[in-house]
Every structure is written in structure tokens, then in C-alpha cells.
Design a protein around this ligand. Structure first.
Ligand code: PHE
Length: 341
């Protein structure tokens, strides 16, 4: 046998053995491959070794050298496969590539509304307002009565509120509960439990049975502010709101606040608050001086103290800030949308 043929046989044997050992998926397949290539009697290496005798004497050293190399190679391939199978690293039979990049970990972040709420709290905190919370399930006293919204007022219409049906219909009718329709409820709760002065904000969910569209959602958030003290005036209200908007949106631009006359049962006078925004006016919410009837309802003396209150929409602020045009997107919780903020 010519040296070239001998070497060519050896090379294809090496390739074949390596492929078989790598492809072995379990111990049985590996053993079969071992017998086929390294078997002492009929293994292919053994047969190749017999061919060595037929190579011309002058070529024997070269042929023998290559034979030994291939033998080592095949044995190494066998041992490699054996190690892989016993350590169980991959059962698919593929070689484990340690240089492959790992799976990227995706780190979550706060929901855009939560981010807005946090920065609102932070700004109002700097202005000396303490954040407090109130319940989302309320009674009519806190949601209406104490806020100077009498029984006959249209705001109490069952079609405009989420009244809760109860097990006990009789008790229910006597003191119905509802999902609060405004955070002004928290004004009452704070004043009932604290003597003046008070300086609080409350941020939370409110509920109204509106059909969802681009600007309405049956649940949204408000930021409520309340300051009651001696000698509080409308000028204080305007300064606080201006400072708040300046800090939130202002940057280098000077922020202006505009008041438009309005009506709320719990403030007198009442205003709608607008802020200058990209060449126009953006509605922020309602505000006013706390109505004396409200102060009396919580046991404050309107001759002693006055106060202002405001209620702004959190979603509206968040949407303008980020250029979101449909409120529903905020609550669909599509990660592709949320991860942008
Ligand atoms: N509660 C009012 C609303 O939901 C907003 C408001 C709060 C107005 C405080 C005046 C004072 O529309």
C-alpha cells in the first residue's frame, strides 16, 4: 500500500471517528462508536494498524508516526465525549461552546405613572407638603357631604359613581359605600384628625364610570393639595401651583399659571388651572379657596383660618410630559410601550 493511500485512509478515519464521538447522545451510542473505532479486534484503528505492515519499508517511519498521532486524536475524542456525557452538560450531543454570549438580563423599571407620582411628591415635599393617603373605598360623608355636596347634587348620581352593592341591602342603603370619585376625600380625613395648620398632598386612584377613550379611563390618578392656616390667600395658591409646574416642567423656560373662574362645591372662589405649554395653555385641574362650609364640617373655625385646595390629573401631566396621546396605552401594560419611559 502506497504511503499516500495509507495516510488518506488515516485522515478520513480520524474525521469519521471525531464526528461519531461528538454525535453520541448517550452511553450506548458512545460504546458502539468506541467498539467501531478503538475495538481491540475489529476496530478501524486496529485494521489500519494492519495496513501499516504493507507500507513500503522506507515509508514506515512516516506512516507509523501519523498512525500514532491519529490514535491519540481518536482516543482523545472518545474521552472528550465520555466526559461530556457523564457530566451531562449537553444532552443534545452538541459541543458546549463557552464563548457564546449569555442570555441578557432585562431589568425592569417603574411604571410611568409611578415615576410621575414620585417626582410630584418630591417637588411638593420641597415646598413643605407632606404626602398622606386615604382609602379608595369611601362613604358618602367624605366623598360628598363634608365637601359641601348635598344629597340633591347631580355629582351624587349613581350613574356617575361606582357605588358598591353589599350583602346587606338595608345597611347598604343607610350608609352606602363607593369608590372615591376624587381625592378631595383626603382633605376631609386629614382635617378631621388634625388641628390646623395643615399642609398636605395626597396622590392616588379615583374612579368614575366613564367609557374609556383616548382621554378618559374609569380609573385615574389625582394629586390633591391642601393648605390651611391663618391668612392663606389665593396668591399663595397661585405661587405654589406656579412653583410646582415650574419645577415639574419648567427647566429653563419660565412657567406661567392662568386661573379661569369655575365652580366646585367645596371651594369658593373656584378656578380651573392652566399652565403655558409649548405655545398654548394646558389644563392642569381645579383649585380654589376652601369653602367655609367645608372648614365648619371638620370643626375648623372659618373666622380663624383659611385655606386653599387643588386637584390635578396625574395622567394628564404624565401624558403631556412624554407625548402620550392615548390614556389607554398607560394601562394596557404592553412592555414594548412601557419600556420607553
Ligand atoms: N376634586 C376636584 C375634581 O375632581 C378637583 C378640585 C380639588 C377642585 C380641590 C378644587 C379643589 O375635579
Amino acid at each position: 500500500m502506497a504511503l499516500a493511500d495509507f495516510l488518506a485512509n488515516l485522515d478520513s478515519l480520524a474525521d469519521e471517528a471525531q464526528a461519531r464521538f461528538t454525535a453520541a447522545v448517550d452511553a450506548a451510542a458512545l460504546e458502539e462508536a468506541r467498539v467501531a473505532f478503538l475495538g481491540a479486534k475489529a476496530g478501524k484503528l486496529r485494521q489500519s494498524q494492519k495496513g501499516l505492515g504493507k507500507v513500503p519499508p522506507a515509508d514506515k517511519p512516516a506512516a507509523g508516526k501519523r498512525f500514532n498521532e491519529v490514535k491519540t486524536l481518536v482516543e482523545a475524542a472518545f474521552e472528550g465525549a465520555q466526559a461530556r456525557l457523564t457530566s451531562g452538560e449537553t444532552s443534545s450531543g452538541e459541543a458546549f461552546d463557552v464563548t457564546l454570549p449569555g442570555k441578557a438580563r432585562r431589568i425592569g423599571h417603574l411604571h410611568p405613572i409611578t415615576q410621575t407620582i414620585r417626582s410630584m411628591k418630591e417637588i411638593m415635599g420641597r415646598l413643605g407638603f407632606t404626602a398622606v393617603e386615604g382609602p379608595e373605598i369611601e362613604d358618602e360623608w367624605h366623598n360628598f357631604e363634608a365637601l359641601n355636596i348635598p344629597l340633591v347634587h347631580p355629582a351624587r348620581d349613581p350613574l356617575d359613581n361606582f357605588y358598591l352593592g353589599g350583602e346587606n341591602a338595608a345597611a347598604e342603603a343607610a350608609s352606602p359605600l363607593l369608590l372615591r370619585s376624587q381625592t378631595s376625600t383626603v382633605q376631609i380625613r386629614v382635617m378631621e384628625s388634625t388641628p390646623p395648620p395643615v399642609r398636605i398632598i395626597s396622590l392616588g386612584r379615583v374612579y368614575r364610570p366613564d367609557t374609556a377613550d383616548a382621554t378618559h379611563y374609569p380609573m385615574f390618578h389625582q394629586i390633591e393639595g391642601l393648605l390651611v392656616d391663618r391668612g392663606v390667600t389665593m396668591a399663595d395658591l397661585k405661587s405654589v401651583l406656579r412653583l410646582f409646574c415650574q419645577s415639574y416642567f419648567g427647566g429653563d423656560n419660565e412657567v406661567h399659571i392662568r386661573f379661569r373662574p369655575s365652580f366646585f362645591p367645596f371651594t369658593e372662589p373656584s378656578v380651573e388651572v392652566d399652565m403655558n405649554w409649548q405655545g398654548g395653555w394646558m389644563e392642569m385641574g381645579g383649585a380654589g379657596m376652601v369653602d367655609p362650609n367645608v372648614l365648619r364640617a371638620v370643626g375648623y373655625d372659618p373666622e380663624e383660618v383659611t385655606g386653599f385646595a387643588f386637584g390635578l390629573g396625574v395622567e394628564r401631566v404624565c401624558m403631556r410630559q412624554h407625548g402620550i396621546t392615548d390614556i389607554r396605552a398607560i394601562y394596557q401594560n404592553d412592555v414594548r410601550f412601557l419600556e420607553q419611559f
